[in-house]
Ligand binder design. Structure first.
Ligand code: SF4
Length: 369
């Protein structure tokens, strides 16, 4: 496959892994710890067996870059509450169905008014086709999905649709990365030395929003693509900075990501959303790490329109997803992993999502590194 096989060449991968090992030979007796923030990186690291190629003194942590995994229980409970309101149709991407709330999941409810859609355009069509119903789209995700959801709000506004709503749980990456370094890293003693930054998110926001990590905290960053050679090359670039004592933001994925990002997508987000505090599963409320609807678009806000009461939430018993998302623990540390919790019977969201750390370890037999 043109432009894919080139980035999956085994010999080149081995060569890059060798260069990474040479870079780390004889340095830092305590080893190195870096985090790949994005769930797609996590999945591909396991899928292509990259951990097995890397030296023993390099530790890769998985971060909070899976949108399903970081969606808090309270949000699922709100969606379930809305699904029981007469006349409401819930539209969602399929990966949200199995995510457990306090008592149930949207899938277990087995209600006919919960519809899986493939785009926000489908949800808008649903609203147009059902003027006597209220259609609520579950707005979950990072900067990558925010532009399409913002565009759906603009379209609903243009068409004068009064029965289309978004239940917002949009999140932004740079702010949670600050929290990981500033708060979580210190509190949980996670010695983070560098970030592999999320690629999809960076196509939208560019590289500049990560610069504070290098400037304020001396933490180098590399935006890497998703193919095996991209990831290994990104790790090589990141470790090069660490070994040389440098800290800046580099773009490995330069065939897609520009320093300025995608200004048109940014403008759509800016028009519809404004920053707000957001709750992240396992991390808590991170200041200004969410996107809420701006004043003139708040009539599309499902939480405001339906005045959903704050639910009393209960986390899945024994689940350590919060620790996974902070990089504090790995799936084999969880006593439920592979026993009570499997992809067919997930206890927590990190086993539900195809990008979840627990699902990746389970599927590809992740070594306990
Ligand atoms: S293995 Fe299951 S229960 Fe344990 S942390 Fe992962 S998702 Fe939660």
């Amino acid at each position: 496959m043109k432009y894919m096989t080139e980035f999956r060449d085994k010999e080149l991968a081995r060569g890059l892994a060798q260069r990474i090992s040479s870079l780390l030979d004889g340095s830092a007796s305590g080893g190195y710890t870096i985090m790949e923030v994005c769930g797609t990186h996590t999945m591909n690291i396991f899928r292509y067996g990259l951990k097995g190629l890397l030296p023993a003194n390099l530790r890769l942590l998985s971060g909070p870059g899976c949108p399903v995994c970081v969606t808090p229980t309270s949000y699922i409970d709100q969606a379930i509450t809305l699904a029981h309101v007469p006349g409401v149709i819930i539209c969602t991407f399929g990966d949200m169905l199995k995510v457990p709330g306090s008592e149930s999941s949207l899938e277990r409810l087995a209600l006919g008014n919960v519809k899986v859609v493939y785009s926000t355009a489908d949800a808008l069509s649903m609203a147009e086709a059902n003027p006597d119903k209220k259609v609520v789209f579950l707005g979950v995700g990072f900067e990558t999905t925010a532009p399409t959801i913002a565009a759906s709000v603009l379209e609903a506004d243009r068409k004068g649709l009064g029965n289309y709503f978004v239940l917002c749980s949009h999140k932004t990456m740079p702010q949670v990365m600050r929290s990981l370094v500033e708060d979580v890293g210190a509190r949980c003693n996670v010695p983070l030395q560098g970030f592999i930054c999320p690629a999809h998110v960076s196509t939208i926001i560019g590289s500049r929003p990560y610069e504070f990590l290098a400037r304020e905290f001396g933490i180098p960053c590399v935006i890497a693509g998703f193919e095996p050679l991209d990831i290994l090359h990104g790790i090589y670039m990141l470790l090069g900075q660490i070994v040389r004592g440098e800290a800046r933001v580099e773009i490995q994925y330069s065939r897609v990501v520009r320093p300025e990002g995608n200004p048109r997508a940014q403008a759509v987000i800016e028009e519809v959303f404004e920053p707000c505090d957001a709750e992240w599963r396992g991390i808590g409320v991170v200041p200004m790490s969410g996107l809420g609807l701006r004043g003139r678009y708040q009539r599309f806000d499902a939480a405001l329109h339906f005045s959903i009461p704050a639910p009393k939430t209960r986390e899945p018993k024994g689940c350590l997803c919060g620790d996974m998302l902070r990089g504090v623990k790995t799936p084999p540390d969880c006593p439920l992993f592979g026993r009570a919790c499997t992809p067919s019977h997930p206890v927590g969201p990190c086993m539900v999502s195809s990008e979840g750390t627990c699902a990746a370890w389970f599927k590809y037999q992740g070594e306990s590194k």
